[in-house]
Design a protein. Sequence first.
Length: 248
Amino acid sequence: EIPVCDPSCENARNCTAPGICTCNITQWNGTRCEIPVCDPSCENDGNCTAPGVCTCNITQWNGTRCEIPVCDPSCEYEGNCTAPGVCTCNITQWNGTRCEIPVCDPSCENDGNCTAPGVCTCNITQWNGTRCEIPVCDPSCENDGNCTAPGVCTCNITQWNGTRCEIPVCDPSCENDGNCTAPDVCTCNITQWNGTRCEIPVCDPSCENDGNCTAPGVCTCSPEWTGSDCNTSMYCNYMIEFKAFSRY
């Protein structure tokens, strides 16, 4: 006599005794063989909807057993999706929720942008260097001046001046329109002035008989001498005048 199972057995329908269904246990379970079997079982709240088939919450999990977390948008630059919506990055190179932000360590300075791991892109008109830490002076500082800020040269102020340290310093300064052509070097109008500061007037021909050159081309003579270069004796002039007077 054939046993009766009511309700009837599902999925192979082996009613082996009254009210007893014998299932293919690798695929089905339950009193009527109505429950599909997934072995290994579905993870993370996945539902076994057919033998060996897991239906996952696709916004969070994937894989045959719903064991693979979902990150949408996906992790970038070899970041690993370790939980739904969570990317684990290579923190020495990438950061951000999707590992999309490059890491520069030490960080970029002076508004430089980290555009790739360890690579800073600088405002090249103002900063240079691997971290944008070196100020730019263009044109460059001269005469060992140091570029201490963008466009700012710090000079050896005892020797050089100017925006690029291009102007030599003479201290004390050159006199009488002399030009400071190198640190502490005055170039004079040699027809009129001489000396380290162009402070000594030139008389050419030179003053004679202890006369002093007191201005360019001007000799100041001692009382005994006269003439443009003090080469005429006052005594001779006196004798000439005396003889001329004696004739009268």
